[in-house]
Design a protein around this ligand. Structure first.
Ligand code: MEV
Length: 325
């Protein structure tokens, strides 16, 4: 029987190691955070799709099914609408829908709100239409959706929104392997500056064309860090992991994606005895992360705040996409 109302949630993410090089087919490590995106979908008679998304100030936005794929979607709802368009075309299904989204985190943090909402949408639609979709297919459909909206991206954020936990990932879902890490003593500092991932990825790609040797050398060094950190995470060797975070940060700085505020917050964290710190994600703003011993956590948080960052409480290794009661 087709269900009439479905509620789904998926976690946000934090990149631990390997941003940017992952776009070029190299591995990265990403963890799911306990701040989640929620989507509620209700089947409706008629051919209207109605969306409420309070966090992005969308109130009863409506579009007729026959307009899907024909008009330019408003940016606040484009991942929701593209998910429906891709899903309806793939599975030859259709229905009026009422959709409500709710995010536990700001879309300014770079926690992957677009990816989380896309994964929620594909999972919720599969429940609504009673179509069995494996985790791999869920990832593939979500990746297709995201690529058709923003044109670039490795898909790491979608993979971890589906699986949860902490994963080792290669572009397009070529490899998705869980890493048995447990919870990491991670501190997150928001710069207060919104970064645009697609712009930064394109900028690195321009630079890659001009300075291939330099960028390849950076990416190869990042990849060594990713592979070393994979086993150190299992061993919980936070001292060495911290060193690798600092090295990764230096390489991201050389890549030109760090900004003074990120440099300032990471330095404040390491000066306050964090094992290591780095930007997390595309750079250009968003968040930085620091790894610290339990006894130093307070000091590191204070240092980040005093340097002008906003500390965001998160727990790592959160559960992947799930149906909510
Ligand atoms: C952005 O959070 C991480 C990047 O590696 C882009 C991507 O992997 O899609 C810069």
């Amino acid at each position: 029987m087709n269900k009439k109302v479905v509620k789904v949630s998926a976690p946000g993410k934090l990149m631990l190691f390997g941003e940017h090089s992952v776009v070029y087919g190299m591995p990265c490590i990403v963890t799911a955070v306990n701040q989640r995106m929620h989507v509620k979908i209700q089947k409706m008679k008629g051919d209207l799709i109605i969306i409420n998304a309070p966090e992005v100030k969308i109130n009863n936005f409506s579009i007729s099914i026959s307009d899907l794929g024909k008009i330019e979607y408003p940016k606040e709802v484009k991942f929701v609408l593209k998910s429906i368009e891709v899903y309806f075309n793939k599975y030859k299904v259709s229905s009026g829908l009422k959709i409500t989204t709710h995010s536990e985190f700001s879309n300014l943090f770079g926690f992957g709100s677009s990816s989380a909402v896309t994964v929620c949408m594909i999972n919720a639609l599969s429940e609504i239409f009673n179509i069995e979709v494996s985790n791999k297919s869920l990832f593939d459909i979500a990746y297709k959706t995201v690529l058709s909206v923003q044109g670039v991206g490795s898909g790491f954020d979608l993979a971890v929104a589906v699986s949860g936990g902490t994963i080792y990932f290669i572009k397009g879902g070529k490899i998705i392997r869980p890493i048995n890490v447990g919870r990491l003593p991670l501190i997150v500092g928001y710069t207060g500056i919104k970064a645009d991932t697609a712009t930064l990825v394109r900028r690195v790609s321009e630079d890659y064309k001009k300075n291939k040797k330099k960028i390849e050398e950076i990416f190869n060094s990042v990849t060594k860090i990713v592979n070393k950190s994979r086993s150190l995470l299992v061993l919980k060797d936070y001292v060495k992991l911290g060193e690798l975070m600092n090295e990764n940060q230096k390489l991201l700085y050389r890549l030109g994606v760090s900004i003074p505020k990120l440099d300032k917050l990471t330095k404040a964290a390491t000066d306050a005895k964090a094992y290591g710190a780095k930007l997390s994600g595309a750079g250009g703003g968003d968040c930085m992360i620091a790894l610290a011993d339990k006894k130093d956590v307070r000091k590191v948080k204070k240092a980040i705040s005093e340097a002008g960052g906003i500390v965001i409480p998160v727990k790592t290794g959160a559960e992947g996409v799930k149906i909510e009661k």
